[in-house]
Design a protein around this ligand. Structure first.
Ligand SMILES: Nc1nc2c(ncn2[C@@H]2O[C@H](COP(=O)(O)OP(=O)(O)O)[C@@H](O)[C@H]2O)c(=O)[nH]1
Ligand SMILES: [Mg+2]
Length: 203
C-alpha cells in the first residue's frame, strides 16, 4: 500500500463545483458503521467540524448491531461536515456519510455534486463496505479505498482487492483516521486519482 504521495494541486483537475468557490471540491467519506468516518472528518478538518451525534436511543440500539463495536456509544445521525485547504487556493468540503441503515435514503443527496469519495474499510469487517461500494459503483463515482488501522488482521492488498472486487485502477492506501496528516494524505491520494482520471479522459 502507498503511504508517501506527491501532492497535487486540485486546480490541475479543472473540476469545480457550480456556484461554489473556485477549486472547491466536494468529497464524501463513506463506509460501514464504526469504520472511522466521523473520526477522519474531525481529525482532518480545519474548521470545527459540524456533526450531529446523539447518544443512541434505546430504540436505535435495537435497530443496530453494536455488539461487535462495544466502544461505540454515540452515533452520527446526519452528515459529518468538515473543510480542508490543500495548497493555496483549493478547498475540499468533506461530508461523512451516515452509517446507519435507517439513514441510507440520504445517499442520493450526499452523492450529488460530489467529485470523489473515500471508502473506509476495517480489515476485521471487510464485508461492511459492500453497501457503500455498491452505491458508489451505481453512481459511477470515482473513489479510493483507505484501510483504517484498528489493529485487525494485516491482509495483503490482493486479499482486500479480492474481498471488495476492486478494479486494478482503484487506489488502495492505509491510514489512521485519528491522525490529521495521515487523513490528509488520503485526501491527497483521492485528488491525485481524480487528476489521473481527468487526464485519461482527455486523451
Ligand atoms: N484503533 C482505532 N480506532 C479508531 C480509528 N478510527 C476511529 N476509531 C474509533 O472507532 C470508533 C468509531 O469511529 P467513528 O469515527 O465514530 O465511526 P463512523 O461510524 O464511521 O463515523 C470510535 O470510537 C473511534 O475513536 C483508528 O484508526 N484506530
Ligand atoms: Mg460517524
Amino acid at each position: 500500500m502507498t503511504r508517501a504521495m506527491r501532492a497535487v494541486h486540485p486546480a490541475e483537475l479543472g473540476l469545480e463545483l457550480p456556484g461554489a468557490a473556485e477549486h472547491a471540491l466536494k468529497v464524501v467519506v463513506v463506509g460501514g458503521f464504526g469504520v472511522g468516518k466521523t473520526t477522519m472528518v474531525r481529525s482532518v478538518s480545519e474548521i470545527r467540524p459540524l456533526h450531529t451525534e446523539e447518544v443512541m436511543s434505546r430504540a436505535g440500539r435495537q435497530l443496530e448491531d453494536t455488539t461487535r463495536i462495544s466502544s461505540k456509544s454515540a452515533t452520527t445521525v446526519a452528515f459529518d461536515f468538515g473543510r480542508i485547504t490543500i495548497g493555496d487556493r483549493s478547498t475540499l468540503y468533506l461530508f461523512g456519510a451516515p452509517g446507519q441503515e435507517r439513514f441510507w435514503f440520504l445517499w442520493e443527496r450526499l452523492l450529488s455534486g460530489t467529485m470523489g469519495a473515500v471508502l473506509l474499510v476495517d480489515t476485521r469487517r471487510l464485508t461492511d463496505a459492500w453497501y457503500a461500494l455498491d452505491r458508489l459503483e451505481h453512481h459511477g463515482m470515482p473513489f479510493i479505498v483507505a484501510v483504517n488501522d484498528f489493529g485487525g488482521p494485516l491482509h495483503s492488498d490482493e486479499h482486500i482487492r479480492g474481498a471488495l472486487a476492486l478494479g486494478p485502477d482503484v487506489p488502495l492506501v492505509e491510514f489512521d483516521a485519528r491522525d490529521h496528516s495521515s487523513s490528509k494524505f488520503v485526501l491527497i491520494a483521492l485528488v491525485e486519482h481524480l487528476h489521473a482520471l481527468s487526464v485519461r479522459q482527455k486523451h
